[in-house]
Ligand binder design. Sequence first.
Ligand SMILES: *[C@@H]1O[C@H](CO)[C@@H](O)[C@H](O)[C@H]1NC(C)=O
Length: 118
Amino acid sequence: MAAMTKAMCVALIAAVMVAAAAPGAEAALGCGSVISYLSPCLPYVTNRGPLGGCCNGVKGLYGAARSTPDRQAACNCLKSLAATSGNINLSKAAGLPKQCNVNIPYQISPSTDCTKVR
Ligand SMILES: *[C@@H]1O[C@H](CO)[C@@H](O)[C@H](O)[C@H]1NC(C)=O
């Protein structure tokens, strides 16, 4: 239970940090939406549960992030989430697109260069 609370807290902090770091960014896809698409993945990427509904979330996000600014916004959001959340298993996070058969052309990792995402 405490771990869950921590994960949610980290997600919230990441959302706030991204919002603060990008004032006036005009991407339609907010970090809050990215996180809510991917929230079914939290148990999996934090080593606490099965994939569950995670792939539906990944596919939903993939379908929602169609333009370059959207993809970059999603990338920045995932990147800061990966960087700030100590309990996310990064190798699992990086393997998600493959697990879900979705072609996401970048790795979910703290060192991803989101400016290269198109
Ligand atoms: C991440 O998940 C992989 C695959 O389940 C596992 O082998 C590895 O030990 C995990 N790493 C951490 C840091 O929990």
